[in-house]
Design a protein around this ligand. Sequence first.
Ligand code: BGC
Length: 527
Amino acid sequence: MSQNWWDSAVIYQIYPRSFRDSNGDGIGDLQGITEKLETVADLGVDCVWLSPFFKSPFKDFGYDVSDYRAVDPVFGTDRDFDVLLNKAHGLGLKVILDQVLCHCSEEHRWFEESRQDRTNPKADWYVWQNPKPDGTEPNNWLSFFGGRAWTWDARRRQYYFHNFLTSQPNLNHRNPEVRAAVLADCKYWLDKGVDGFRLDAIHTMAFDPDFLDNDPRADIENGGDDSRVSQPFGMQDIQSRQIDQPWGKQFLAELRALADSYDEPRFLMGELGGDNGAEMINRYTQPGLLHACYNFDLLAWDGQTAEELEGVLRRVTDKLEGHQITFATSNHDVPRIASRQVKRLGLAPEDTDRVAMMMVELELALHGSVCLYMGEELGLEDADRLALEDLQDPWGIEFWPTFMGRDTCRTPIPWEAAAKHAGFTTADKPWLPVDERHLPRSMDQQFLDPNSFRAQVKSVIARRKSGEILTGGTLDVLDSPENMLVLQRASGNKNQRVMFNFGTKDALFEGEKVEALSSVFGQPMPG
Ligand code: BGC
């Protein structure tokens, strides 16, 4: 049964750089978001998640924060944020912020001080280690974005640890002073009235304090087939040592105590990657820790067949109560869902809308909360025709051309089909180009059309919220024929079936017909 607003919330993710540019510099900003909040509220969502807009050198486009309390001038001012928050609340929308607390930017003053020498007051605020006697890195840990997870600093004559870019040093949360400083920055935003946090890559906070080597992954040879793990990083079991160690709970407990100290408790949702989704989620959502975890199982880089979807949903739902989980099928880190699924299922481009709608319906038929990524309501396909010279994401630049990185899902939202750069910006050049294929799907084309993709998404959201079965109820995955996925939701003495046919031929489930590439939400039944 739902008790908190977040237990079954529909959360709309905004990547501020690409949402709407109000000042003509080619980069989206807070005022641009404020101008468009009515459009977001109109969809019927409960909450907005804002990806980082804090001060940053933008080596990882804001996931490298150099001042946790400051709005970066590229996005606007403190006042712009206050106006946004106020307006969102006035429209009945909650607002959660992305807090990147496991690492920061090398330009953060804490790191600038820490790297000066081995004795300064912040010397132990990051993860510093001596080299091996032969001068090489302390262990075999690799960075998610390529290369070693260790970078040499000539002043300290030591290596510092970073899971991501060399410019994103990991904070040492074993040090109570670090935890206190980070919590004080979190409190700053909670005091302003934000409704909670999405905690970036929270599983990457806790490393093995003995710095032993990661184990190899026995199941992956030479990087595996998945386009993302065909990088050496994918060949290690990073959960064995590099991340996800038990001592990380300490900070989560302290953050939860802070979140609970307000009259209106605040929502804590942790982003968790890695294997063993349900087992990990259970660990991170024990009483007194996080409320929910953002789950990656439906974000597979190369899409998923009906059987694969069934497998991951069984794995996760068998062991979890709904409110502990936040599902997503798209975000700012993976190719857009419509294209992933079209490729994976071997469908034709004309099938894009149908499969994109099925994935929205699937998300909204699941238990727990759900994050819709901006543009998902328009049925946007992935902007996978970007040229190398357009790329901005350092991960994509590193592994081009076998892997394009994350820019393909970060191109600007098309607001007006006929306007320059689809009305995203008046600048000559936006930071990433608008994909021409998005123009017929632009907001102005869809907003007033009662049959548009967006209008259908809006009605699916309304259907989810119309009763308890799809929000507060339990979820079971039923055995189903090939290409089908059948969910059973139940609450009190009622249940409801939701059937998906990912095949290109009509199918039957217990005598009921489900047309090719479509879904059927059954009537709520007693029992
Ligand atoms: C974010 C990414 C970011 C990384 C490092 C993630 O999981 O979603 O966009 O690059 O954390 O902060």
